[in-house]
Design a binder for this molecule. Structure first.
Ligand SMILES: [Zn+2]
Length: 138
């Protein structure tokens, strides 16, 4: 290789980690420690398109030499990454939909209970009117 590794600019790593949900794009195990992997193996090529979030295990698999099928190839990482980006985006959209739906449901229920309270309220005041104090009203 020969190229010296340079740090990924923080705004690039932040965006990559956000877009890939801080989760290894290959095994997608939540909560695993992750690192950024340069798909083209150029450690100075810090483009968002060139970076994949990988756990240490899967990162090791990109480093394996020889042994057909053992090594995780750049093209594979790229496919996993692209698929994962899409899923993360879909999940977030879905989570938003659910949040909006439950907020609407909550708002509707609140409105309903307001409505039923305001229907009770005037009735509750009726005891002040002489007509409703009559025992025959029950
Ligand atoms: Zn992994």
């Amino acid at each position: 290789m020969g190229k010296e590794r340079t740090p990924v600019p923080p705004e690039v790593s932040a965006e990559v980690l956000f877009l890939q949900d801080h989760t290894c794009c290959v095994c997608r195990e939540p909560g695993k420690a992750v690192q950024l992997h340069h798909i083209d193996e150029d450690p100075t090529h810090h483009s968002i398109r060139n970076l994949a979030v990988l756990c240490f295990d899967d990162h090791d698999r990109t480093q394996v030499r020889g042994g057909f099928g053992k090594r995780l190839l750049s093209a594979e990482v790229e496919q996993y990454r692209d698929d994962w980006l899409e899923r993360v985006a879909q999940r977030r959209a879905k989570a938003d939909e659910l949040a909006v739906a439950s907020a609407e449901h909550w708002a509707a229920e609140t409105k309903q209970s307001f409505r039923s309270k305001s229907m009770i309220a005037p009735a509750g005041c009726l005891h002040k009117s002489p007509a409703s104090t009559a025992k025959s009203s029950l």
